[in-house]
Design a protein around this ligand. Structure first.
Ligand SMILES: Nc1ncnc2c1ncn2[C@@H]1O[C@H](COP(=O)(O)OP(=O)(O)OP(=O)(O)O)[C@@H](O)[C@H]1O
Length: 237
């Protein structure tokens, strides 16, 4: 599904990302982990051609993302608020995204019925503009937008942040169900419980490099907690 070749992003003198080769197969759920500044968002932004690589390339279904547009039709993503339109209501935004995917009003209504356990509180049909929503409801709007169009590839940056417990659970179940149906997902998260709860594979970044790339197993959560915990010096607490 995704092939990354010698991908580098340098900001002035800072190398934010330096990946050798990385292949992601269909139906994998990649959990992307790493401390603040590790390069997760930079990686996801390069996958989505939102920033220009200093070197190397990303191919999605054998198409160079920086040279073609076709991959955008089957890729759903939400990285941050910049994906949203602040002066629209959530419904207007989702209607706009639905139209881009060729959905009619009925398709959108069916989708909103299907996802109502996720957005729970009925902010979708309210008059509040996106700019005035809570962080969690902004995130819900963006995640719903990423799911519209039945993507083959789903890319989400910190999707569990600011979500209520019901929405977090729903999203975990949804991502796993989508993978069973053939979707490939890349999900970055600082929440090790969530990320190990859904992923088939964990990719860990540190200083822009892959320092761990392992199949997710019963022991992975404990190993990750130890890895990150070991960075703490007890005498500095
Ligand atoms: N536009 C930019 N200009 C300069 N440096 C940047 C820019 N964007 C990111 N960086 C730097 O690149 C490095 C990787 O940042 P990135 O946002 O990808 O990390 P991250 O793993 O997503 O972090 P977090 O968990 O805090 O979201 C950091 O050192 C960051 O300061």
């Amino acid at each position: 599904m995704i092939q990354v070749e010698k991908l580098t992003k340098v900001y002035k003198t800072k190398t934010a990302l330096s990946l050798d080769n990385l292949s992601i197969q269909p139906q994998e759920i990649i959990g992307l982990v790493g401390n603040n500044g590790a390069g997760k968002t930079t990686f996801l932004s390069l996958l989505l051609d939102l920033i220009e690589a200093s070197e190397g390339k990303v191919e999605i279904k054998e198409e160079d993302v920086s040279k073609t547009e076709d991959w955008k039709k089957f890729t759903g993503s939400f990285l941050d608020d910049t994906f949203l339109v602040p002066f629209m209501t959530s419904y207007e935004y989702l209607e706009f995204v639905a139209k881009l995917h060729g959905w009619n009003k009925g398709d959108l209504e069916d989708f909103l019925e299907q996802t109502k356990n996720f957005y729970g509180e009925d902010f979708i049909s309210g008059k509040k503009l996106i700019k005035d929503l809570s962080k969690g409801n902004k995130n819900k709007t963006g995640i719903l937008g990423a799911l519209i169009g039945n993507p083959d590839l789903l890319i989400l940056d910190e999707p569990f942040a600011n979500l209520d417990p019901t929405s977090q659970q729903w999203l975990r179940m949804k991502i796993q169900k989508l993978a069973e149906e053939g979707v490939t997902a890349i999900v970055s998260s600082h929440d090790l419980q969530h990320v190990t709860g859904i992923s088939t594979r964990i990719v860990m970044l540190e200083n822009g490099e892959v320092v761990k790339d392992v199949e997710n197993s019963d022991s992975t959560l404990e190993e990750l907690e130890k890895y990150f915990g070991d960075k703490i010096s007890e005498d500095l607490i």
